[in-house]
Ligand binder design. Structure first.
Ligand code: AMP
Length: 384
């Protein structure tokens, strides 16, 4: 397949911040970008060359989109598989529909990872109250019940503790197909990323350590403080999964590190990932440029991250006291601000992030946390 060179037009399904940062990377490299999503005036659409506002079921508009672009990728993995199938054959689609069929469905995803010989938490399928009881017997009384589809950031899931009424919990999740997983008392949460091109070439980004708050990613740090062996194993897991999935584009692997030092895969995301935003300032090739390169069939040389980096998310909560003190936060050295152009800063909504670089990962983390805390500095009085 001949590479798509700068000047070509790239389409992206989904229009949030991941699409926005993809559009920035692609346009910097001289590509045209067309965004397709149901939302007007979106974070990605406002930065693209063109924004198409239509539903993912609207075949006619999908065909028009396909005619306008040389390749289509995505920033949102819950795009209906049928939309990718409609586009396939008319334009290059990366990742392809078979990847989404697996990664949109938690059960298929875990079965797939297990079939690669890679560790996952013990799990069982739950599609009835009887299944719910059997799953707890098979997997153990401490677990997490998750809907098979459409869950993210802790939505569509519920913790199960010994003695809980699992059938009731399953009903409260809507009595839909679900997966019951053993609760992993992990030592830490990490994520590894692989970018894979159409000829099978792969570049990996080493594991990042991730901290969550209320089920939403809060802070990511690289390097992650792992042994060289653990770091290599995490990269190898992302590489193996990219190959076995036959993905073109990105695959981010969310991982638990158990107390005994074993990697278990929690989730796969076939798109850029919040935990890798630090690559924009911290790595030789950002995850967004990796996505561009991978789908276009451009070279994927080794990704180098010369300095430790840390990223802190800015949720709508940061606006609870009015406009954040950007002037205070930006005093922090080696710190970059990213805002996604969203107007309504609701609590829990991802509005932007900060990335800091420093001499050590600990310093980078302290720096980015201090910068974020500075956003909440007392307001200077404007009263005369
Ligand atoms: P998920 O939506 O599957 O990524 O889950 C969101 C968060 O819930 C994860 O980042 C973990 O902190 C936690 N979690 C999910 N599954 C498990 C599990 N099996 N054991 C322990 N914690 C979990």
């Amino acid at each position: 397949m001949s590479p798509l060179l700068p000047g070509a037009t790239l389409g992206i399904l989904g229009s949030g911040q991941l699409g926005r940062m993809f559009a920035m990377a692609a346009r910097r490299m001289g590509y045209r970008v067309v965004v397709y999503s149901p939302d007007a005036d979106s974070p990605a659409g406002t930065l693209a060359d063109e924004e198409i506002v239509a539903g993912y079921e609207d075949e006619e508009t999908l065909f028009r989109f396909a005619d306008r672009v040389d390749a289509v990728t995505l920033e949102f993995e819950n795009v209906p598989v049928a939309a990718l199938r409609a586009l396939e054959g008319r334009t290059r689609v990366a990742p392809g529909p078979s990847v989404l069929e697996i990664t949109q469905h938690r059960l298929r995803e875990k079965e797939f990872v297990r079939s690669c010989g890679i560790g996952v938490p013990a799990f069982a399928r739950v599609a009835s109250e009887t299944d719910a009881i059997a799953a707890v017997e098979a997997v153990g009384p401490s677990g997490v019940l998750k809907t098979a589809t459409l869950g993210y950031d802790g939505k569509g899931q519920s913790r199960v503790r010994p003695g809980d009424d699992v059938s009731g919990i399953w009903r409260s999740l809507g009595s839909v197909e679900a997966i019951y997983e053993a609760f992993v008392p992990f030592a830490g949460e990490y994520s590894a990323l692989a970018a894979r091109g159409p000829a099978g070439e792969i570049a990996t980004v080493g594991p990042t350590r991730n901290e969550h708050s209320h089920h939403i990613l809060d802070v990511s740090v690289y390097p992650a403080g792992l042994s060289p062996r653990q770091e290599q194993d995490a990269r190898d897991i992302s590489r193996e999964i990219a190959e076995r999935l036959d993905v073109v584009g990105l695959i981010c692997v969310e991982l638990f590190l158990t107390e005994s030092g074993e990697w278990l895969v929690n989730e796969l995301a076939p798109r850029p990932h919040n935990s890798k935003h630090w690559t924009i300032e911290g790595a030789s090739i950002s995850q967004f440029e990796l996505q561009v390169r991978a789908i276009c069939g451009l070279p994927l040389p080794e990704v180098v991250a010369p300095r430790p980096a840390a990223m802190a998310n800015l949720l709508g909560d940061v606006w609870s006291d009015g406009e954040p003190r950007w002037d205070e936060a930006l005093k922090t050295p080696e710190t970059a601000l990213h805002l996604y152009g969203k107007r309504d800063p609701r609590a829990g909504r991802k509005m932007g992030h900060l990335t800091s670089l420093a001499e050590t990962p600990e310093q980078a983390e302290a720096r980015v946390r201090a910068a974020r805390a500075a956003l909440l500095s007392p307001k200077t009085s404007t009263a005369s």
